[in-house]
Design a protein around this ligand. Structure first.
Ligand SMILES: Cc1ncc(COP(=O)(O)O)c(C=O)c1O
Length: 399
């Protein structure tokens, strides 16, 4: 198959109704572009591995074989040029189950965990639901781009009750990719204040073609010694429902505590499909993923250009090198109607056009003038969603 035929496969309709899809649990005529899963069929290598596994017909307990650890380590070497010791890779049933467990095993009740909003909202649950406290180091947003506020970060890390920082690398929702310099500075400051870093890198595989993901731990030895990296094939290969993830940790003491934690919390045992899907993804899924990244970039470029052309003074998509999420600054529109945040606009979009987006305020106070649009879908739905967004914005002005 040539590239055009392969891309056409991503654009062919997939019926996600009747499978209890969380995303597609919407009314007739609504277009869901919110929760972060994609509408594409997963890589053929994964479907084949699972079909073969189903063919066996027995579904007892599954071990995590050495082959699984090696598949993860090989992936990190091939995709990011990073050497990972297979023994340092630990299976977990999800990134969030792992992070919640790490919060419990690496901090005490009432201690503080640093987050950098706007950021994936469930991090807050992992902290607060475990009786720990969130300390925010808000990202700076200037001239349409995000950066870290290192002075404020140092101030937050210096709090004697701060024990952990959860870094989102790349950042959901903005799609921001952090530079080596940013990551080195975070590592330096965290080491200085004895704060452990949990680096969530689940979006690292979905990057602009030509960009290579930079893992936090790969920047230097200091970073490597103070961090636990969490990832999964779930976002890149659209297999979130298989509940398969892992963490990597090179420091022996830190790893021992983390391993103890995920075992005590019972989030370290795979379901029957988790192991097989990950081995297949990481062994044979690379070419499919390269195509996916092309499709995602095409979708992002389309939406960005449409907003620039038809709503440049109202809606602006933040430029980004990662994720299939469009992070759209609605400030221009909100200023024109006198709204403080985009919550009412989000509701209006749904009720007037059927377009279902995520309200940016759920990712932190400084996300409240944004909406998040999931572009992990076929071309005709991206076009449809963009048209609904533009029509909705125009109608909102007269509302
Ligand atoms: C940054 C980030 N981490 C974790 C998750 C969820 O991971 P899991 O389903 O493996 O718990 C998501 C899902 O959107 C995410 O964006």
């Amino acid at each position: 198959m040539d590239i055009d035929e392969r891309i056409a496969q991503f654009d062919s309709p997939v019926d996600r109704t009747g499978i209890f899809s969380m995303k597609w649990d919407v009314a007739d005529g609504e277009l869901p572009m919110w929760v972060a899963d994609m509408d594409f069929r997963t890589a053929p290598a994964i479907s084949e591995a699972l079909t073969e596994r189903v063919g066996n017909g027995t579904f007892g307990y599954t071990d995590v074989p050495r082959e699984w650890n090696e598949a993860v380590a090989d992936w990190w070497l091939r995709r990011y040029g990073v050497t990972v010791d297979p023994e340092h890779v630990v299976f977990t049933t999800g990134v969030i189950p792992a992070i919640s467990s790490l919060v419990r095993s690496l901090t005490n009740v009432a201690e503080k965990v640093v987050l950098q909003p706007p950021v994936y909202n469930i991090f807050t649950n992992s902290i607060v639901n475990n009786g720990r406290r969130v300390l925010c180091n808000p990202l700076r947003y200037e001239h349409g781009a995000y950066s870290m506020d290192f002075d404020d970060l140092e101030h937050k890390l210096a709090d004697p009750l701060t024990r952990l920082m959860i870094l989102c690398n790349p950042q959901n929702p903005s799609g921001n990719v952090w530079s080596d310099g940013d990551l080195a500075r975070v590592g330096e400051l965290c080491a200085k204040h004895h704060v452990t870093v949990v680096s969530d890198e689940v979006h690292g595989d979905i990057v602009r073609p030509g960009v290579t993901h930079m893992p936090f731990a790969a920047v230097n030895e200091l970073n490597r010694s103070i961090c636990v990296t969490c990832s999964s094939p779930s976002k890149a290969f659209n297999v979130a429902g298989l509940q398969s993830a892992y963490f990597i940790c090179d420091d022996d003491g830190l790893r021992a505590r983390a391993v103890r934690g995920v075992n005590t919390d019972e989030v370290a045992e795979p379901n029957d499909f988790a192991v097989f899907s990950t081995i297949a993804a990481y062994t044979d899924g690379g070419a499919w993923l390269d195509d996916l990244c092309r499709v995602v970039q095409r979708n992002k470029d389309y939406v960005s250009a449409q907003l620039d052309e038809h709503a440049h003074d109202m809606l602006h998509m933040v430029a980004s090198d990662s994720t299939y999420l469009a992070w759209i600054d609605c400030s221009g529109l909100l200023d024109r109607v006198g709204d403080a945040n985009a919550e009412r606009f989000c509701g209006f979009l749904r009720s007037h056009t059927g377009l279902v987006l995520s309200y940016g305020g759920i990712y932190g106070e400084n996300g409240s003038r944004f909406v998040r649009m999931n572009l992990g879908t076929r071309a005709d739905l991206v076009i449809d969603g963009t048209a609904r967004l533009l029509a909705g914005a125009a109608a909102y002005l007269g509302n």
